[in-house]
Design a protein. Structure first.
Length: 73
């Protein structure tokens, strides 16, 4: 699994759930700019951020990794 796949999975879940990126950022404890930078490769999305992001999305961290491994699911 590649780093880019995890970022794509986060973007896909945001889209699938019809959420706004700014809402996810706020719920995860990031500023809008910081979260945007993570999703656009200007700042590293670190492994310790995954639980916060998953919680903000209403999913389990493993769900993100599964989606990253199997993007069509």
């Amino acid at each position: 699994m590649r780093y880019e796949d995890v970022v794509s999975a986060v973007r896909q879940v945001i889209h699938d759930k019809g959420m706004k990126q700014c809402v996810v950022a706020e719920r995860a404890g990031f500023s809008e700019a910081e979260f945007s930078n993570m999703l656009n490769g200007r700042k590293l999305l670190r492994i310790e951020h995954i639980p916060r992001i998953a919680n903000a999305l209403g999913i389990e961290p493993n769900d993100l990794f599964e989606k990253a491994e199997n993007p069509t699911k």
